[in-house]
Design a protein around this ligand. Structure first.
Ligand SMILES: [Ca+2]
Ligand SMILES: [Ca+2]
Ligand SMILES: [Ca+2]
Ligand SMILES: [Ca+2]
Length: 430
């Protein structure tokens, strides 16, 4: 009984937490010393560790404390940016030193952060690893590490040496003062760039002229990762759809889908002529498919890049042979995004969700298609493959591109043509 109650409670808790929308009062800030990942933070309502962009969250009017394991930095009013300059400003003032890149507390902090970077390459951001965090265990609460000590004393501090030597980073002693200051200065300048966000989806246009400003200009955002700043539905946070567009800005069009088209051009049952090396019918048919696919891929609005192979069977290789097709677990779609089958199994289960109908550029083709293949992906019969798709004088089995029933690949009324006649091909993205 108790078990049941706790299970119910657990799933209820999961439902409740799943329903919570991001709190509109929660703001996002960035820790910059180069974007720093793995720095943890705590406010009254928020807690977490920064990601590779240095992201942290907070609410207006909260104090925020950043820390790496047992190394805790002075708490500050939470704001949209945290830099060593901002974090150590009060430490500098307490020493009657103007907060600047010449203040020892700022220099000590940035030297430590830059030196703890896991790969020693400051230009790709700072990453603090778990090993580094573990090494900070030497810094006990009873003896906090003060950043406002002199540069020399900080450098000589046994705990700093221990953390660097045992933190697993590429650097085992502190980076030089001048180098650290120059790096931080460059980084503060770089990270003060804002990019136009014309479609207001929160992602900036990399092609826009960046504005250097510490404060966020109206209509500008700090990132430049929008791949189409005219469409709010296209940005790195979008879900990829089958629409021949890179919706999620990851550089790949329609990942998670495979396209099938019926060729705009028809041909006799002889495809061996398109394999100039061996005269192989299947290779030639694949070349026929790829050539038309490539014409489409070259268009702005064309098919996604990829290998396209013919839906044809021979004695040696049925369509369903794993050696022929990749047999994807993702949906197969046609040019307009309509689903043909939920995956490969659906493709060879007897019928389609829609007729293939559309060619490699979206034209409508309701016509005969060479297949030699049953609706289950098997060889229809050795006698209807136009001599392995190499010659006339034989018969070839066809389907019909305008239907979604079994006749899409194995037409009843038009089961075979003589191979001097012409028909189209189905081409399947691998
Ligand atoms: Ca945008
Ligand atoms: Ca956009
Ligand atoms: Ca994509
Ligand atoms: Ca897409």
């Amino acid at each position: 009984m108790n078990k049941i109650v706790s299970l119910v409670t657990l799933s209820l808790a999961a439902v409740i937490s799943g329903c919570i929308e991001p709190n509109p009062g929660v703001l996002t800030g960035y820790f910059i010393d180069a974007s720093a990942e793995g720095i943890c933070y705590e406010t009254e309502t928020q807690t977490g560790c920064t990601d590779s962009a240095g992201t942290y969250t907070y609410q207006e009017g909260e104090r925020i404390t950043f820390y790496i394991g047992n190394v805790t930095f002075p708490n500050i009013w939470a704001q949209k940016r945290a830099t060593p300059l901002i974090v150590q400003a009060n430490s500098c003032l307490a020493q009657n030193i103007t907060p600047s890149l010449n203040c020892p507390a700022v220099i000590n902090m940035t030297r430590l952060l830059q030196s703890l970077d896991d790969d020693g390459d400051y230009s790709n951001g700072i990453k603090i690893t778990d090993a580094t965090v573990a090494a900070t265990a030497i810094v006990t609460l009873a003896r906090p590490l003060y950043f406002s000590m002199s540069i020399e004393a900080f450098e000589a501090d046994a705990r700093i040496k221990y953390i660097l030597e045992n933190g697993g980073g590429s650097r085992t002693s502190l980076i030089g003062v001048d180098e650290a200051i120059e790096n931080l200065a460059n980084e503060l300048q770089k990270n003060a760039l804002w990019y136009a966000d014309s479609d207001l989806d929160g992602y900036g246009d990399p092609a826009s002229t960046a504005i250097a400003s510490f404060d966020q200009p109206q209509g500008y955002v700090i990132n430049n990762t929008d791949c189409d700043d005219s469409k709010p539905t296209i940005n790195p946070d979008s879900t990829e759809a089958a629409n021949r567009i890179d919706d999620n800005c990851n550089g790949t069009i329609d990942e998670g889908f495979k396209y099938i088209f019926v060729t705009s051009q028809d041909n006799t049952g002889d495809f061996g002529q398109y394999d100039l090396v061996n005269g192989n019918g299947l290779t030639g048919a694949d070349n026929f498919c790829q050539s038309l696919a490539d014409d489409s891929i070259a268009l702005t609005d064309g098919l996604p890049e990829g290998t396209y192979k013919a839906w044809l069977s021979t004695d040696a290789f049925s369509v369903n042979s794993p050696a022929r097709h990749s047999q994807a677990s993702v949906p197969y779609v046609r040019y307009d995004g309509s689903q043909l089958a939920v995956n490969w199994s659906g493709l060879v289960d007897g019928s389609l969700d829609s007729a293939v109908l559309l060619d490699e550029q979206g034209g409508s083709i309701s016509n005969s298609v060479w297949t030699g293949t049953t609706e289950f992906g098997n060889l229809k019969a050795a006698t209807v493959t136009c001599n392995q798709w190499t010659a006339g004088g034989f018969a070839g089995n066809v389907g019909f591109s305008g239907v979604s029933t079994y006749e899409w690949t194995s037409s009843a009324g038009d089961a075979a043509k003589t191979c001097e006649q012409v028909a189209h091909l189905y081409c399947v993205q691998q």
